[in-house]
Design a protein around this ligand. Structure first.
Ligand SMILES: [Zn+2]
Length: 67
């Protein structure tokens, strides 16, 4: 199941145009676009996790210095 990037609604596959259509906001996505988007999502999620990790490590270091 694919979901709209804008509003999170389920996308419906339109066989005629070979695109996924969001019935709520009207956006259309090609299959290729959806694949690229999901890859970007994974990348961003990974980057966020890395940043969070760094921040936590810094906090630990800062706390240990202070303590
Ligand atoms: Zn939508």
């Amino acid at each position: 199941m694919r979901f709209c990037r804008e509003c999170g609604s389920k996308l419906i596959y339109d066989r005629e145009s070979r695109e996924y259509v969001c019935r709520v906001c009207g956006l259309t996505y090609t299959i290729q676009e959806l694949v690229v988007y999901s890859e970007k999502d994974l990348e961003e999620r990974f980057k966020k996790d890395e940043k969070k990790k760094l921040r936590e490590e810094y906090l630990q270091w800062w706390l240990s210095k202070k303590g």
